[in-house]
Design a binder for this molecule. Structure first.
Ligand SMILES: [Zn+2]
Ligand SMILES: [Zn+2]
Length: 155
């Protein structure tokens, strides 16, 4: 089965049951990882599902934060630097906007609680590590990698 988002690659890997290919799946994780990053800066003990649902209303803004983080430049100049990545990111954002129910299902399965220890996700229960073009979001309790985002500019 072809991927429901890009229509090019075969659906496979972690998100196969949702009809999503590994490349698009990685980009969805980029978006979610960026949400985790913002969430981790909150000091109230908010719940991630509520926070994430609010983020979905401003998902285009989320895309530009990712872009800003990826390129560490303003959006316009970054566009020329890696047009392909930006186009893919836009495609993912458009898909997420019009498939909120599937996004919710994906989050229920992988991101609304820790998939390993079952722990609730709060700003205090996650930690962010930034190294060599990556940032990774871990569960503090069991060290499970919850989501990751990679900057293609480092390649
Ligand atoms: Zn795809
Ligand atoms: Zn955990």
């Amino acid at each position: 089965m072809k991927c429901v988002i890009c229509g090019e690659e075969e659906a496979d890997g972690k998100y196969e049951e949702f009809g999503i290919c590994p490349i698009c799946g990685d980009l969805i994780e980029d978006v979610i990882a960026m949400c985790f990053k913002r969430f981790s800066k909150l000091n109230e003990s908010q719940k991630f599902p509520d926070f994430f649902r609010r983020q979905l209303d401003y998902i285009e803004e989320t895309a530009s934060w990712i872009w800003g983080w990826v390129m560490e430049k303003d959006k316009e100049s970054a566009k020329g630097a890696d047009d392909r990545f930006y186009k893919k990111l836009e495609m993912i954002i458009n898909w997420m906007e019009s498939n909120i129910k599937t996004v919710e299902k994906i989050c229920n399965e992988f991101f609304y609680s820790c998939s390993k220890c079952g722990g609730e996700i709060s700003p205090e229960s996650i930690k962010i590590e930034e190294t060599h073009g990556w940032f990774k979001v871990f569960c503090k309790n069991c060290e499970n990698l919850l989501a990751k985002c990679f900057s293609p500019k480092e390649i």
